[in-house]
Design a protein around this ligand. Structure first.
Ligand SMILES: [Zn+2]
Ligand SMILES: [Zn+2]
Length: 169
């Protein structure tokens, strides 16, 4: 909660803020992410004609699982956000607008939804992640397996090998 009593003066008045909150990842009802670091948010509130505009940057690191190799890795979330707030009870220009109570403004619900909206559908540990061997399940980033050699009976493989051998002659 941010005390906004100072903002209630004139349009254009700004107030900077810096928030930090440790989420016990998996236990938070609407935040089922595994946080490695606290969520840090820095920015400013600006008094506008209709209410308050909150602008800032969100920064945190979560632990995720690569969809290709199934290994856990740390994923950094570093995103800008901008949210509009109007005083509770006043007319909302549209549904995207948040509300604040008299003297305090709670940014966390908007911060949470901004984090969620900015996460990719799938996490990839690195662009060149080799994934798992479809035959034996070895993680090909860290292990080599013999499965490649056993695919010799695959027609495409034989063809490739023939073409390759030709070139070498
Ligand atoms: Zn991976
Ligand atoms: Zn294999």
């Amino acid at each position: 909660m941010i005390d906004i009593t100072r903002l209630e003066k004139d349009i254009g008045v700004e107030q900077s803020f810096s928030l930090e909150r440790k989420f016990d990842g998996l236990s938070d009802e609407d935040m089922d992410l595994n946080f490695v670091t606290p969520v840090k948010v820095k920015g400013k509130l600006i008094k506008t004609g209709d209410g308050i505009l909150a602008k800032g940057d969100i920064d945190c690191t979560i632990s995720v699982i690569c969809y290709r190799c199934a290994e856990k890795f740390d994923y950094r979330v570093s995103i800008p956000f901008e949210e509009q707030y109007v005083q509770k009870g006043s007319n909302k220009p549209d549904d995207d607008v948040n509300e604040y109570d008299d003297e305090k403004l709670d940014l966390w619900p908007a911060i949470k939804s901004n984090i969620h909206l900015n996460l990719p559908m799938k996490f990839l540990c690195s662009d060149d992640c080799k994934g798992l061997c479809t035959q034996c399940g070895s993680n090909l980033n860290t292990a080599t397996c013999q499965c490649q050699d056993e695919k010799l009976d695959n027609p495409m493989h034989i063809l490739k090998k023939l073409l390759h051998d030709d070139k070498e002659v």
